[in-house]
Design a protein around this ligand. Sequence first.
Ligand SMILES: [Mg+2]
Length: 391
Amino acid sequence: MFLDLDRFKEVNDSFGHEMGDKLIQKVAIEIRHQLRDEDTIARFGGDEFAILIHQYHHPHDLIIVVEKILSVFRQAFIFDEIQLFSTCGIGIATFPENGADASTLMKNADAAMYKAKKNGQNRYEFYNHDMTKQAYERVNLERELRYALTHNELEVYYQPQIDMSTQKVLGLEILMRWNHPQRGLISPDQFIPFAEEIGLIVEMDRWAMEVAMKQVYRWQQQGLRPGKLSLNLSLIQLNQVDFLASVQHAIAQSLMVPQDLIFEITETQIMRNPEQATRTLTHLKELGLSLAIDDFGTGHSSLSYLKNFPIDKLKIDQSFVHDMTTDKDDANLVKAIINIAKSLEMDVIAEGVETQDQVEMLINYGCYEAQGFYYSKPLTKTDFEVFLKSH
Ligand SMILES: [Mg+2]
């Protein structure tokens, strides 16, 4: 990174060179505080600094560093009798994309820095413009998502789960939608992975869990029989030290009984750290609720783990269900999963059921529980209530 202070000459001219030198020193020290031990900052000349960020995983990591550096310039530099405000521009070049040797990287970071300065104060620019664009979009999306969470832009949707033989509602899975003021309704696959990446998923899921539990309890009080409430769980949540306490708290607040709750976790998430997942899931089960493996069949879990997981239910991934009536292999896999569930005395539900043929085939194989567009798409609170009353 190349960092250049704005209008440094004015400091020298108005307060003298001694103050200019002090400012340079202070800037260096403050930036140093924002870097890791393995990073390097050097004064390159005049009011220019070169910063070397050693090892990063994702361009987003660089943005986090840049934002920290810029935060230094958002407050005054305080000297005995004077407070000075200063701004800067930062150019970023990455190895090996923007240069294979130091001098090329420096030259390109310098070029990026000039572009940044042209755009205003306290700006940054990647040498590669697409990276700058992506970086701004990410920063924007993160800001918008944080705003959404606290300003009622997120909404809980309810996906009915049906007994295919009796058409009765057995439960519901909750999903989140984002009512973006400009972009309209945004589906979860467009923001949940991002929320997981930035860690915001923890707060979002807690919020959704509380909303849904209270709502389901209200329906129960009205005699509407919504069945069991399924909540999606992410690995990040499982790793939170206060996760169990937050679940207990939400249950107590909502007045729901734990026996009406199912937590879903994907196979992939469990398999990232099976031992730890098993421990936490066991504690969770001790609260009296049930556990399901989501998207089963896609995450390479071994059968020996499956035997040891405290799991009550398998959810057959929709990709198998989707092609089961046309693809013999998929049909056999679905049949096999149903049989695994039966032999391990677990419940089983098919995800993404869309046609009458699939329903008949599933019933034939001994699976009676389903969710999917054949029965209903995810519904708003009001629509789910209507759905309950008509079933
Ligand atoms: Mg799920």
